[in-house]
Design a protein around this ligand. Structure first.
Ligand code: TRP
Length: 443
């Protein structure tokens, strides 16, 4: 056990921006826009909002309450409120952090390369061939390692001097860039077709189990829930913070960035007649279609393209930091390691695990399915049961720093009944998908 007093955030804004930084990432731009495209635009949007409010918000508040109440990393935090039988859940969180960061860093490496090469050489050429060259083999491994090194550097710097400072500088920058890009996109001839696509809905699609599953999974991924990342960040809080307000603000900001990213991506893509590429959308869509649009913008495309990928890099970095922090804080609390050595050792192990994903995007997709979908939904389900049924102090802890809040009863009710029912349903469908993905991969 470490003898030093636990580190703390330097300011309320620092914590909030770090948590928003965790939430806002590749999920908002890359994952959200291709899921929205796949699942009928506004229909997905509506269902996604419902999932954020009914499932995401309650679980986020649960993570905050467990983290702040215990002042510990996930394993000890769960043991503190629920007994040692809950430790393995903390183990699942650490495993999720490992796997998600391993492939997340690979995609972040692609964005880093796109940003730098786009600024230096522009976005011309055969976009599909370029993506193929960026996204596999040795170059993908190298850029992944570069990105991991930056992440390790920040986390090794500590909660206040590394994580908080990075968020305070980078998050305002990210907001400014994304809003600027959305304004620019609205000035393009033909942007209207993009808005029509984004907001025009076939509400028939909203009722399918597939859309529900994608919306719930995306809510978890985008809000950084289900693996103790928010829990860990909250463990560095003092008891003054108003956790309900914090949760609403963080979830709201995350949604706003995803929504605005849609206002960037769809107009740009449709203004250049690339709409077909979006509806046939997959993992690579953003990386193939948008550079094509950038190259057709002429001179402005280089700046706009650089800004776009730079904002992705920023979002990815502040998210990667939170993923690594779960593993690092667990090693510090559980094994008594120093922060710096924990960051380096964990960083190297995760970097190694990412190498197969960098080598081959099918492996990356499989890791996303197993950890990014299945583990998170399973973790979220367990967290809702834990906070709703096991942790007797939940309501009381939530009320600390938040006097007079009248919806804690509703919160508990959601955690006890609504969240477990929705997530059990989603978990079943996700398990089937995951099983199919594994079987398909082995074959
Ligand atoms: N939320 C981030 C994104 O949208 C990814 C992320 C960071 C994450 N930390 C997490 C996802 C913890 C799940 C759990 O890109």
């Amino acid at each position: 056990m470490s003898e030093l007093p636990r580190e703390q955030w330097g300011s309320r804004l620092g914590f909030i921006l770090a948590a928003v930084g965790s939430a806002v990432g590749l999920g908002n731009m890359w994952r959200f826009s291709y899921l929205a495209a796949e699942n009928g635009g506004a229909a997905f949007l509506v269902l996604y909002i419902a999932m954020v409010a009914l499932v995401g918000l309650p679980v986020m508040l649960a993570e905050f309450v467990i983290g702040r109440g215990s002042g510990r990393s996930p394993m000890q935090a769960l043991a503190h409120f629920g007994g040692n039988g809950w430790r393995p859940l903390g183990g699942l969180f650490i495993a999720s952090g490992f796997v998600i960061l391993a492939y997340y860093s690979v995609i972040a490496g692609w964005t880093l390369r796109y940003a730098i090469e786009g600024a230096v050489a522009g976005f011309g050429g055969d976009a599909e061939a370029t993506f193929g060259a960026v996204a596999s083999g040795t170059p993908a491994i190298l850029w992944h390692l570069v990105f991991m090194a930056i992440t390790v550097f920040v986390v090794a710097g500590g909660v206040k001097k590394g994580i908080e400072r990075t968020a305070l500088i980078l998050m305002p920058l990210l907001f400014a860039i994304v809003i600027g890009l959305a304004i620019y996109a609205s000035t393009l001839d033909g942007a209207g077709a993009g808005y029509t696509y984004y907001f025009d809905t076939s509400f028939a699609e909203i009722l399918s189990a597939d859309v529900l599953k994608d919306a719930a999974g995306q809510a978890f991924f985008s809000l950084s829930l289900g693996m103790g990342a928010m829990l860990t960040f909250a463990s560095y809080l003092s008891r003054e913070n108003h956790l309900p307000n914090e949760s609403v603000f963080i979830a709201g900001s995350d949604f706003a960035v995803a929504f605005i990213a849609g206002l960037v991506v769809f107009p740009m893509v449709f203004a250049f007649g690339l709409g077909d590429a979006v509806s046939g959308s997959t993992v690579g869509a953003l990386f193939i279609t948008l550079p094509t649009a950038f190259s057709e913008m002429g001179g402005a495309g280089r700046v706009v393209g650089f800004m776009f990928f730079a904002s992705l890099v920023v979002g990815a970095l502040t998210s990667a930091i939170s993923l690594l922090e779960v593993v690092v804080s667990s090693a510090v609390d559980g094994l008594g390691w120093g922060r710096r050595s924990a960051a380096i050792v964990a960083g190297c192990a995760i970097a190694a695990l990412g190498i197969p994903a960098a080598w081959n995007t099918d492996i990356l997709g499989l890791m996303d399915q197993i950890a990014g979908n299945f583990f998170l939904v399973a973790g979220g389900l367990a967290l809702s049961v834990f906070t709703g049924w096991i942790m007797t102090e939940a309501m009381e802890e939530a009320g600390v720093g938040a006097p007079g809040v009248r919806w804690f009863g509703l919160w508990r009710g959601l955690l006890r009944f609504v969240v477990p029912v929705i997530l059990s349903f989603v978990l079943y469908h996700t398990a089937v998908d995951t099983w199919k993905a594994i079987a398909g991969f082995i074959r």
